[in-house]
Design a protein around this ligand. Structure first.
Ligand code: ZN
Length: 155
């Protein structure tokens, strides 16, 4: 057995730090969030744990927890909202899949290098205390991908 500096292990841990950790949540576009909160409360047997409006995105959101997983419902608050456009084009349904990342800026750089189109180069504040970046669905087989990184507040 050899001892000493092992460059393979070093590279592995470096890469591991920046990859996507897990599905953070699945986003579902709905026409009326009050109706859908009721519906999904029945489905899961418990109510949403949080509701939040994101003015900059023109959306109202609510979050449900199912085991370790989260479901986000999104309703448009104006006609220019991406959710309004999605509903007009496709109707209600799965809107995006969000992945948790440790360092969103490093991840954006990596994905751009791989040829993915990033919708917002600069991470923006999303719902649920997250910095978010979206990838264009045309480079991800029609699936809108959200990257999100928890905002850690220094107290
Ligand atoms: Zn989301």
């Amino acid at each position: 057995m050899e001892f000493g500096y092992n460059s393979e292990i070093f590279i592995f841990t470096e890469i591991k730090k920046i990859l996507m950790n897990k599905i953070e949540h699945i986003g579902i576009a709905v026409k009326n969030i009050d109706d859908s909160n009721e519906l999904f409360s029945k489905l899961f047997g418990k109510p949403q744990y949080k509701t939040e409006a994101v003015e900059s995105e023109g959306v109202k959101t609510s979050f449900f927890k199912v085991g370790n997983n989260k479901i986000e419902l999104l309703e448009a608050t104006n006609e220019d909202s991406p959710i309004a456009k999605f509903l007009n084009r496709k109707g209600e349904g799965v809107h995006h899949i969000a992945f948790d990342v440790d360092d969103i800026e490093v991840e954006v750089k990596r994905l751009k290098k791989e040829g993915f189109i990033v919708l917002n180069d600069i991470p923006k504040k999303g719902a649920d205390n997250k910095l978010v970046v979206f990838l264009h669905p045309k480079t991800t087989n029609g699936v809108l991908i959200e990257l999100c990184q928890e905002i850690i507040l220094n107290e």
